[in-house]
Design a protein around this ligand. Structure first.
Ligand code: OOG
Ligand code: MG
Length: 263
């Protein structure tokens, strides 16, 4: 474990890296003993700093819930973090000037119709408590050099959360087979990746259940109205100026955006 006195300055370092769009050396290079628990303590400080800056949590997110993501990043355990209100992109344009080395990944998001409190929450309980599901494209942008990190590093860095595009279609989960639901991700008209809901822990509802159970260890619960991103179904794909990104979800419509660098 790290000395508690380091949590705040390390969180501030990551907040500054995001604001200055300046990548930093991963925390474990300097603090090899950094544990997963330390990572979450730093993340909590980071959330607190953002709140003090006037930002609001828009969504919770799970990460590393699919084999594609775990393999790509060489990290083998699901994690959670938070997406803030300023991260939502609404005009279909991703501006590169505030980002470091963004990647895009396709996900399924849930909105809860009632509270769920772990431990012991199951996917079936999540589905029963879900108001609707919607498609989401998450933009991740690690604050670490070369997008490289260990598990505690990426937890401290709020799971690389950076931007999010939310789809327009809200569906009742009972109207879809979320595990069999197919997803494609294309860039500049070329198919880059594809998958199905089952890639996420067998069914994306399991990801929400896992989040509820992880939060219960901290004495916290998921609440009615909470929005939760369940984790990349596809691998994450690097973005460059001028890219046109288009993702489609069976029964949930599509999300399109362009990547722009303002002059
Ligand atoms: C961490 C974020 C992982 C997901 O959906 O798996 C994540 C990263 O890959 O940098 O958001
Ligand atoms: Mg993600």
């Amino acid at each position: 474990m790290l000395s508690e006195q380091l949590y705040r300055p390390l969180a501030q370092k990551l907040v500054d890296a995001e604001r200055n769009r300046q990548e930093v050396v991963r925390l474990t290079a300097e603090h090899p003993d950094l544990s997963v628990e330390d990572g979450y303590r730093i993340q909590e400080e980071l959330v607190e700093i953002k709140r003090q800056q006037g930002h609001r949590v828009l969504a919770a997110k799970m990460g590393f819930t699919s084999r594609a993501k775990m393999k790509q990043m060489n990290v083998h355990e699901p994690i959670y973090g938070y997406i803030f209100d300023y991260m939502a992109v609404e005009d279909g344009v991703l501006d590169l000037d505030q980002l470091i080395h963004p990647k895009v990944e396709a996900e399924i998001a849930f909105v809860l119709g009632r509270d769920i409190e772990g431990p012991g929450i199951t996917g079936a309980q999540v589905l029963a408590a879900t108001e609707y599901v919607l498609p989401a494209l998450e933009i991740i942008d690690s604050r670490y050099e070369n997008f490289q990190f260990t598990l505690p590093d990426v937890i401290a860095d709020n799971t690389s959360a950076s931007r999010v595009f939310l789809g327009p279609n809200l569906k009742k989960p009972g109207d879809l087979e979320l595990d069999l639901l197919g997803v494609t991700l294309s860039i500049n008209g070329q198919l880059k990746d594809l998958g199905a809901g089952a890639a996420v822990l067998g069914h994306p509802a399991h990801s929400v259940a896992m989040l509820a159970n992880m939060l219960s260890r901290k004495g916290r619960k998921l609440k009615k109205g909470d929005l939760i991103l369940t984790g990349g179904i596809t691998g994450a794909h690097q973005l460059a100026e001028g890219d046109v990104v288009s993702a489609k979800w069976d029964g949930l419509g599509s999300i399109d955006f362009v990547v722009n660098r303002p002059q």
